[in-house]
Design a protein around this ligand. Structure first.
Ligand SMILES: Nc1ncnc2c1ncn2[C@@H]1O[C@H](COP(=O)(O)OP(=O)(O)O)[C@@H](O)[C@H]1O
Ligand SMILES: [Mg+2]
Length: 145
């Protein structure tokens, strides 16, 4: 994509911390939007992995977040900005297997420590910014030709 590319669709979604009951609904909703507008299936697959991991990290570790979806002619950009505790050591959090998930979260099948690495692996651009006591923002992009 180029800087001149205009945004074809911009939509915001709210994610609520600790709400395991609805956790995953935002990524599911986005998946159906992307299918509806005809984004290539491989791009949808990669985005859905990233969106689900980002959404569940907000549910597990943050208070709330706004996910902003932007669709361009050959790319999708996502920003997930949360209010929460932040991440003291981002480099460590990015290591495969690192997790601070509780026993309860592990019992729900989370806490493998592969969420952030999987977001990076499935996107063409990935930036994470975090401030302890304030929150964490992820920005990522998936492109196709
Ligand atoms: N939005 C967030 N806010 C605060 N901490 C986070 C957030 N996302 C991830 N983390 C921290 O980074 C660690 C690694 O995240 P991740 O790779 O998704 O693995 P997992 O969720 O399985 O623990 C988490 O255990 C947590 O300590
Ligand atoms: Mg995770």
């Amino acid at each position: 994509m180029t800087a001149a590319d205009e945004v074809l669709l911009r939509e915001r979604f709210r994610i609520t911390g600790s709400d395991f009951e609805h956790g995953g609904e935002v990524s599911a909703r986005i998946k159906s939007i992307l299918k509806e507008i005809g984004i290539p299936v491989e791009a949808i697959r990669r985005l859905s992995i990233a969106n689900f991991e980002a959404e569940m990290n907000v549910v597990m570790y943050a208070d709330e977040a706004t996910l902003t979806l932007e669709v361009f002619s050959n790319a999708v950009r996502v920003e997930v900005a949360d209010r929460g505790p932040g991440i003291p050591d981002v480099e460590k959090a990015m290591e495969p297997g690192f997790s601070t998930a509780t026993e309860e979260m592990r019992a729900r099948g989370f806490g493998a420590g592969l969420g952030l690495p999987n977001i990076e692996r499935n996107t063409d651009e990935f930036v994470i910014e975090s401030e302890v006591g304030t929150g964490t923002t992820l920005r990522y992009r998936v492109s196709w030709s």
